[in-house]
Structures are given as structure tokens and as C-alpha cells.
Ligand binder design. Sequence first.
Ligand SMILES: [Zn+2]
Length: 304
Amino acid sequence: MDKYTGRCLELAKEAAQRGEIPVGAVVVRLSDGRIIGEGSNECEEKRLPTLHAEMNAINAACRFKGGWRLDDCVLYTSLEPCAMCAGAALNSHIKTVYFGARDTSGRGASALLRSAEYLGEDECSRILKDFFRKRRMTVDNIRLIEAVSDDQLRTVAEIADEIWHEHFPKIIGAGQTDYMVNKFCTFEAEKENIEKEGYLYYKIKKGADDLGYTAIKPDGDRLFLSKLYLRQQYRGKGYSRQVLELHRKYAAEHGFNAIWLTVNRGNDIALRAYEGLGFDRIGSGVADIGGGYVMDDYYFEIKV
Ligand SMILES: [Zn+2]
């Protein structure tokens, strides 16, 4: 793979981590081979349909040059450009567009270009396939975005802090809420859970909105649903059911035969919610969590 396509791929991977369709693009000046503009997809984050990787790369290159003519430049992109991006390449007089993967969705528009070359880079199409396979983890526009970068995990910790301090003091008291947030919901606790125990954390998203977060962990032949918390304004709208459906899909695809979880005995809203979602109460237990506190929970399970 040439270094420019390699850079496109890096940009695409970063986009995937932000929950964007993974496409990256760079504009290369022919006289010295320098990348003078680069971009990746930002449609979700900025809520605009025009912010494709190629558009962002072309705009960045024009800002760099201080003008819209890129007739001494070529564009590399990980995916065959759509009609909009092909139009932008034409309008900026880009000489040639090199693309790593064909767009198999029917939106590829490289035929519009004066000069285009398909590079046939498997990795460019593989990251797209992986992304869309994961994105099928979508029910009614609710998406689970796995939190993997430090930034994403810090956002999850912030959401956790907000939800816990809003919801739990009335159930377990302010002291225990603080204790549990500090012990279980910090960025450091998340990192440890992921590295030592195999947890997967997800932001629950609808469009650009963070509705809440959820975390799962393999536990023998069952999947342990460790966390599913929605911010106050998003409760009671059926989102928990959609998130659970996504977890059931995940469990089925990965060979787990049930999902189980614990709910505090005093958390009436959650108890009713999980019973309503079809969970069976399978037991109860009291766990010492240190600091003079215990977790007094019911255990629930649902078959997959
Ligand atoms: Zn495009």
C-alpha cells in the first residue's frame, strides 16, 4: 500500500472510533509529494451531510493554498467518492482521484471524474465492512458505540457521574453513591475493568446525542449486563428495550445462552423495567463492597 492510502486508512480508523463511517482522504501536491489537506468523515459529529472525508480534505487543501484551484494536486481516498465529492474534485480541478475500495452501495460516482484510479486495497473495504457489521448493532436509530479511546471512556465516566448522582442518592444515600461512583465509575475503574476483566463499554447514542452508557462482560456461557444507564431525559421512552435487544443480538452472535444482571432491591423503577422486559428474578444476594457498604441486589436473567 502506498503511503498516501496508508494515511487515508489511519484517518478512516480514527473516524470509526468516533462512530463515523470510516473513510479518510488526503490531497497531495504533485510538485513535492506533500499532503496539504486531509480529512475524515464528520457527518455524525457535526450533524451535516456534506462533511465527507474527501470534502474535508479538499477544503483543508484549499485553505492551505489560499484558493480553490488544486490543479497541481491529486486526491487519495479510502473509498470511491460519491457524486458530491466527485463534483468537489472536479470543481477544484484535482488532476486524479485514487481510491482504495469500490463503493458497492451504488453511490460510487468515480465515473463522473475526468481521471480516477481504483487501487483495490482490501483493507480499505475491510474496515468499512467491519464498521457496518458492528453498526447493525442498531435498533430504531439507537446505536451502541464501543468506548475504546481514552476520550470516549472519559465521556462515559462523565455520563456515569451525572446519572449516578441524579438517580442513586434517593435509593442508597449520598455517601454510598459517592463511594460507588469513585470506586466503580471512574475512567481508571473502566480501564481496569476492560483490561483485567474483559468488560466492553458502550455509549448509547441516537444521532449525535449521548443517551447514556452500558457495559457487558462475558461470564461463562452467560453474558453479564453490568451497566445500562440512561440519562434522566431519555428514560421511559423505550430505549432500554432497544439497548437490550442489541445486547441479545450480541449474545446470540457470540454463543451466550442468557443475559444476567443485578438490580438494587430498592431500585423500584429498574426492577419494574427489567420485569417488563421479560427478565426472570433468579435470586438475590448481599455483597460487601468495602467502605462499610453493601450491595443488596436481586439477580435477573433472560434467555437468549
Ligand atoms: Zn462523498
